[in-house]
Design a protein. Structure first.
Length: 403
């Protein structure tokens, strides 16, 4: 039973890491109160928008339209589509939209990170201040580029925009997904940036040209965004949140359609944590705060899975009552305070808070499914193939919900 207590204690400690990191960030903010921030330089950075696409004829038109309709000087932004092993009309759609299209034919070496590496070898990224990677199944708001430019100078850092949900009102799953987006991009990541720690990278990531020149694009894992986040943090590159820059994608609206996606993300994080934990800990370029926060992010299981794991673990602890079981239950419960507080705050900012609350009635069933999906993630380890989430054509009226 002592071994059981030790194992449960380690699990509870890992689940507490995000809470401890946020408390540390709050402390850093308090210590910085009154300190003046350096003024932003009035610049109009030049952006290269890379749009990696594999058979994206359904959603690519909306993506390109949103980029071209943007309120940003056209001479300061270029759009390049990477048609990666496409068998549909992706190339024709890109060229009909009047943007440059690079065709990659490498069926023996597929994958988004490899396509990006290949495209960067064909282009002169040094001619730009930063490269912005916009997935073909997303749309951006009109002021997306302008909001990124507000963080100038951008050449020596990375930026992460707000990842929103384009089909927020479809059902309970998509409403919960929208709340989670607000938890991360509207609340937690804002705190991290103000406290001077890095935020994770995802869709719409903006990588400074100086960062690419120094560190290159070497990521090729299942989750290239998590790998790049770990790599840049280990090497001391700052990654800031830009919550005013909105990019949106469709949230999976059924458990079946999201199964492969969730397993891929979980397997990718596990692989990245395994590869970068020790280099991050021993890095001389990353401060203690960034190290702790990055380890917390890479080991975090997500709020829904966190809830499911804690529920099952508390039940097992109460049943077995190993040595120190009361402390174990308290630690596990404390780990839930952070996602609970963030979720309540995010629901409070939701356009339809009552509907969002009602969507969370599905949470217990979803948590059970997430635990099952995580338990079967082993099938994705080692870079095995995954099934892409089903797409649906976007409603024209929802392309630009913010103007």
């Amino acid at each position: 039973m002592t071994f059981v207590s030790i194992a449960l204690g380690l699990l509870a400690s890992v689940l507490l890491l995000p809470t401890l990191s946020d408390l540390m960030s709050l402390l850093r903010l308090l210590l910085r109160r009154g300190a003046k921030r350096p003024p932003r330089e009035p610049q109009v950075p030049r952006f290269l928008f890379l749009v990696p696409a594999h058979d994206e004829e359904l959603l690519l038109p909306a993506c390109l339209a949103s980029l071209k309709w943007g309120q940003y000087p056209p001479d300061r932004a270029d759009i390049v589509v990477i048609a990666d092993n496409c068998r549909d009309r992706t190339v024709a759609i890109a060229r009909a939209a009047g943007v440059q299209c690079l065709e990659r034919h490498a069926p023996e070496d597929p994958g988004k990170p490899r396509a990006i590496a290949w495209a960067l070898s064909q282009l002169r990224a040094s001619d730009y201040d930063a490269v912005v990677i916009v997935d073909a199944d997303t749309v951006v708001d009109r002021d997306f580029a302008a909001q990124l430019a507000s963080a100038a100078p951008v050449a020596e850092k990375a930026l992460q925009p707000y990842n929103g949900v384009s089909n927020r009102t479809e059902n309970a799953l998509t409403r919960m997904g929208a709340v989670l987006s607000q938890v991360n991009h509207g609340l937690a990541y804002v705190l991290k940036t103000r406290a001077g720690v890095n935020v994770p990278l995802s869709a719409g990531m903006c990588i400074g040209s100086g960062v690419l020149a120094t560190h290159g694009w070497t990521v090729n894992s299942l989750s290239e965004d998590w790998e790049l986040y770990a790599l840049l943090t280990t090497r001391g590159v700052p990654i800031e949140s830009v919550p005013g820059a909105y990019i949106r994608a469709q949230e999976a609206s059924s458990l079946k359609s999201s199964a492969s996606q969730r397993r891929r993300w979980t397997a990718g994080k596990v692989a990245v944590l395994w590869k970068y934990a020790w280099p991050l800990i021993w890095s001389r370029r990353a401060g203690a705060a960034r190290k702790l926060d990055a380890l917390a992010e890479l080991s975090a299981v997500g709020p829904v899975l966190h809830f499911g794991v804690v529920s099952l673990t508390v039940a097992a602890t109460l049943l077995l009552q190993p040595p120190g079981w009361t402390w174990l239950v308290a630690m596990l419960g404390a780990g839930l305070l952070r996602p609970l507080i963030y979720t309540i705050a995010a629901i409070g900012t939701d356009p339809e808070p009552l509907r969002a609350v009602r969507a969370f009635l599905f949470l217990p069933f979803y948590a059970v499914w997430r635990v099952y999906a995580a338990a079967t993630t082993v099938a994705m380890l080692g870079g095995r193939p995954w099934v892409r989430t089903a797409r649906a054509a976007p409603a024209q009226s929802k392309l630009h919900p913010r103007t």
